[in-house]
Design a protein around this ligand. Structure first.
Ligand code: MCA
Ligand code: AMP
Length: 469
């Protein structure tokens, strides 16, 4: 059973989910989400505009109860992105709020409706969620996540982090990724503890959640960096049990700053949309700054270079492959891309380059793919932004890269050849078509792009030279 604590006979829990100003007891959750389930039963796939609201929580939980696949859509998605996600996933309707100009029908989510009908537990192989994630080129790919994989991934984390129903989890991460949605919402619902979703992950909101009794905090490195820079607020987090970072590398100075101001060594964990979390430091183990820890229970990892396995000696750098029960089994409608990354025998090629110590500790060195940018913990494909910019009449050539950024890890910069237009216009143009976080922070106009003899843009020559592109 994916959500045992949401069975109609589970004991009530006041404030099982607090999201912004909305408070849902466990009884509210079960009653209202079951009412959603009644309305949608028999549907196959529904889209949810994943704003951080009680309606989104009820829509997702209603889908889980009714065995209807939910596709969370970034609420600030542009036209092109929404169109792609809806057509690729085959979503039949919007559940809850719909974006302006929506063409699909809308099924309302009613906060005060109640049903106590008991729905049968869906098959463990049923697809609960389809999450979209960027590749280097083209539109985002859908990753179908089964109930079995989600349950396995969450239980492996509970084991690593000693995560129980006594924990109250706090975070303010988006509800359309593994981090905020699966770990951050389905996680506490599976464990049976409270969730405080702070809507935005600001230092003020995290300090308030700590004062309200949160024991566990999730953040991307940008969030921890901003908290570290606000020591008075950060001190409030001292009383928590566990601070967890993931989605991008946590720089060592930030680890140390958080330790200095909260007394906590942040637990770092590593994962991907396609694999959920596979490697983590443990609540009861060493937290080594710059290292992401040990494979979770049930996970195997290997380092490969040119088809040969590399030793785990803390020095050999190779492609990281992972295998475990929390992995998805492929991309939706993309057998080509699936075949590139799922290698057979259950192994998945992460595209990340790593070293493994003889004690099993993993360090992520970087990414093999040159065109994937991580900004604020969001995975962003350079190619997707380039395609949009090329459709702007002023743009003749474009190359998008991630440049190092103290706050965001990387920030998106677009090198453009064309008829000079206001930078804001180009940035807004990307925002109309894609999500807000895919907008370039900066446009750099140039006479030409550096190309090799084959005509391919040499991104390594752009930026200040330190970029991974
Ligand atoms: C942003 N702004 C811009 C631009 N970009 N303005 C002009 N041009 C741009 N290009 C605006 C924003 O709209 C915002 O305005 C203001 O600038 C500040 O933006 P920003 O610095 O980005 O801060 P933020 O909006 O506070 O976002 C930082 C964030 C966010 C909260 C850390 O990046 C975030 O939520 N990241 C989480 C990503 C995540 O959950 N990833 C998980 C995927 P205004 O203030 O007016 O709005 S990874 C995953 O799931 C795996 C499995 C894993 O390992 O976890
Ligand atoms: P996404 O599919 O958005 O979850 O992005 C997954 C990618 O984020 C991984 O392939 C890594 O490149 C990166 N990532 C996630 N967690 C970490 C971490 N703790 N350290 C370094 N990179 C990470």
């Amino acid at each position: 059973m994916l959500l045992p604590t949401l069975s109609p006979n589970a004991p009530d829990l006041a404030d099982a989910v607090i999201i912004g100003d909305e408070h849902l007891s466990r009884e509210d959750l079960v009653g209202a989400a079951t009412a959603v389930a009644e309305r949608i039963r028999g549907a196959r796939t529904l889209a949810v505009l994943a704003r951080p609201t009680g309606s989104t929580v009820l829509a997702v939980v209603g889908g889980l109860i009714a065995d209807v696949t939910i596709v969370p859509v970034p609420p600030d998605s542009g036209r092109r992105e929404i169109h792609h996600i809806l057509t690729d996933s085959g979503a039949q309707a919007w559940l809850g709020e719909a974006p302006t100009g929506a063409t699909l029908p809308t099924i309302p989510v009613r906060r005060y409706a109640r049903s106590w009908h008991s729905h049968p537990e869906p098959s463990a192989d049923s697809v609960a969620l389809i999450l979209y994630t960027s590749g280097t080129t083209g539109a985002p790919k859908g990753v179908p996540m089964t109930r079995r994989a989600i349950a396995a991934g969450l239980d492996a984390l509970a084991d690593a982090w000693d995560w129980t129903s006594d924990d109250a989890l706090a975070h303010g991460l988006p509800l359309f990724h593994v981090h905020g949605l699966i770990l951050g919402l389905v996680g506490p619902l599976r464990r049976g503890g409270r969730l405080i979703h702070t809507v935005t992950p600001t230092p003020q909101n995290y300090a308030r959640a700590a004062a309200d009794g949160a024991s566990m905090f999730f953040g991307v490195p940008t969030v921890w960096s901003r908290i570290g820079a606000a020591p008075d607020l950060a001190q409030q987090l001292s009383r928590a049990r566990l601070l967890v970072s993931g989605s991008a590398p946590l720089p060592v100075p930030i680890f140390e700053q958080i330790r200095a101001v909260t007394g906590h060594e942040v637990v770092e964990r590593y994962g991907m949309t396609e694999t959920m979390i596979t490697v983590s430091t443990r609540a009861g183990g060493e937290r080594r700054p710059g290292w992401v820890g040990l494979p979770l229970t049930g996970v195997e990892t290997r380092l490969v270079e040119g088809g040969a396995a590399l030793p785990h000696d803390g020095e050999s750098v190779g492609d990281l492959h992972v295998r475990g029960p929390m992995l998805a089994s492929g991309y939706l409608n993309r057998p080509d891309a699936t075949a590139e990354s799922w290698l057979g025998d259950g192994w998945f090629a992460t595209g990340d380059v790593a070293v493994i110590g003889d004690d099993g500790m993993h360090r992520i060195v970087g990414r093999r793919a040159t065109d994937l940018i991580k900004s604020g913990g969001f995975r962003i494909g350079a190619g997707e932004i380039e395609t949009v910019l090329l459709a702007h009449p002023a743009v003749r050539e474009v190359a998008v890269i991630g440049v190092p950024d103290a706050d965001l890890g990387q920030r998106i910069v677009a090198y453009v050849v064309g008829d000079r237009s206001p930078d804001d216009e180009l940035i807004a143009f990307v925002g109309q078509e894609l999500s807000a976080h895919k907008r370039p922070r900066e446009i750099r106009w140039t006479e030409s792009l550096p190309r090799n003899a084959m005509g391919k843009v040499q991104k390594k020559l752009l930026g200040d030279g330190s970029e991974r592109g």
